[in-house]
Ligand binder design. Structure first.
Ligand code: 16G
Length: 169
């Protein structure tokens, strides 16, 4: 998976440097993104709960220190708002020659920005990052209606091997 294959999937040509409109910026999450509506965006995906700026910043620093979280966002620089996000989380293993696996988490695009292929752009960006980091596989959980979207980006259901089991606390 290289940039030209990303471009092939996202038409008209857009890359992380040129995401279609010059007011969209693809970049890593930053510590001041609390002010830019990052948690409001995440609340379009699932329950976020009340999180203070201090709590956000402390979690951000923990994630940064851990070194295995790559939270990627798209900012609309016209009003400094985070309008899309996806997280790549990596996990060290003994299997696969002391390999590393990657998980794609918390993919969300602000619902007023749908139809601009920003979901594709951000998923392909973090997928490419997972590959560059040397991960041997990348996986995700999603709801049924999103299966075609992820399939269009190269993800597959592995028959007999794709059951997500859950124990909620
Ligand atoms: C989806 C997300 C997952 C997120 C979860 C939240 C992707 C690919 N998957 O499964 O990352 O954490 O929804 O739902 O974005 P929950 O609150 O039920 O865990």
């Amino acid at each position: 998976l290289e940039w030209n294959s990303v471009q092939n999937k996202v038409t008209p040509f857009i890359t992380n440097e040129q995401p279609g409109e010059d007011y969209f910026l693809v970049r890593p999450l930053q510590i001041d993104d609390y002010e830019k509506g990052y948690l409001h965006l995440l609340s379009q995906l699932t329950i976020v709960g009340e999180i203070t700026k201090e709590e956000f910043q402390s979690q951000f620093l923990k994630m940064q220190k851990a070194g295995c979280y790559f939270v990627t966002v798209i900012e609309d620089i016209r009003d400094s708002k985070i309008i899309a996000s996806a997280t790549l989380a990596t996990e060290l293993k003994f299997v696969h020659k002391c390999g590393e696996r990657a998980r794609l988490e918390d993919v969300v695009v602000n619902n007023t920005y749908r139809g601009k292929q920003l979901g594709k752009l951000i998923v392909l960006t973090v997928t490419l990052l997972g590959k560059k980091l040397g991960c041997y596989k990348m996986s995700l959980d999603c709801k049924d209606p999103l299966i075609p979207f992820y399939k269009s980006l190269g993800y597959t259901l592995e028959p007999g091997n794709a059951n997500t089991m859950m124990l909620r606390f």
